[in-house]
Design a protein around this ligand. Sequence first.
Ligand code: SF4
Length: 377
Amino acid sequence: MTVEDGVASKDANQNGSPLLEVRNLVKHFPISQGIVFQKQIGAVKAVDDISFDVKSGETLGIVGETGCGKSTTAKLLVRLLAPTSGQILFEGQDVAGAQKGDLTALRRQMQMVFQDPYSSLNPRKTVGSIIADPFIIHGLLKESGARRKRVQDLMDRVGLNPEHYNRFPHEFSGGQRQRIGVARAVALEPKLLVADEPVSALDVSIQAQVLNLLRSLQRELGLTLIFIAHDLSVVRHMCDRVAVMYLGKIVEVAPSDELYGFPRHPYTGALLSAVPVPSPSGGRRRDRQLLTGDVPSPANPPRACRFHTRCPKAQELCSQEEPLLESKGTVNLAACHFPLTEEEVKLRLPTALHRPDASTNAHGTPRVEDQSSSSST
Ligand code: SF4
């Protein structure tokens, strides 16, 4: 089973047709040489053939190290970047190939919260006009009094004082600026919200407030959320399902509890192993799986399995044959020839397998005997 018939069929079965379908999405940034006569000498393969679905009302997390392509994926989904190839379907409509008029209509349903609350707001505009922009662009609420009333309602909803309507972004704190960004993103009540590391630029004390705001808006507006982060603990509590990216590829997709409870891909295991344990002296001893070596250049990624230069389980096959993203005996889909075994997970992540019944998954589905891990080292 591959990602196309694995992730897709599983999602479609759970709740009808997916809201968003991504198929073989590719984004390569050309590398050129020469001053007058420029010629392309290579490409940065930021996103390289990824496929996934997102159901209506679901929260999908996308995690990975810096440079793995998660932010590029976010921009491709809302067409802030044009893909090199591949397909993005939003309610069956082609996003990747949409022309200007169709794209404007689509963007009313798909909005984005940006990582940096400082640079994502125009410093010359008042908060009122920033949040009112979506209504003006889409020709809604043309009467200024009604528009102002709606903007002030939105400010109140996201926890800002509506009396600060005429203030400028620099008069707000980082957390308040991110709330302005959230208010602008939900102004048109979109169906899909793509949040690109929305709390990573904020103080820890503020992060929980913004996350709670996103959760409550999701429930209230019935939003579908794609939540991009490098903080695994944040993703766990926000997301129904998590996709792990490495060097432009999705290497593992699983329901949140499954991914944290029984990661199958060694890269996912290494990410989880790096998360500090709150009480190391009270917990069981664990053998941390530390990654060695630098992340390879996305302009020249390793052949076959891209993780093989850093993987502690790498064997000869890993550098010869690219592993497919497929089921590994659990509900997890992992792109690995030799996925982590339960013993390895117990050793490296002793807190991970703490579930009511390890013979079932987080949803009570019995585990299938894993054949693929028997040949692992
Ligand atoms: Fe490691 Fe091989 Fe799996 Fe790649 S395919 S993650 S190198 S074990």
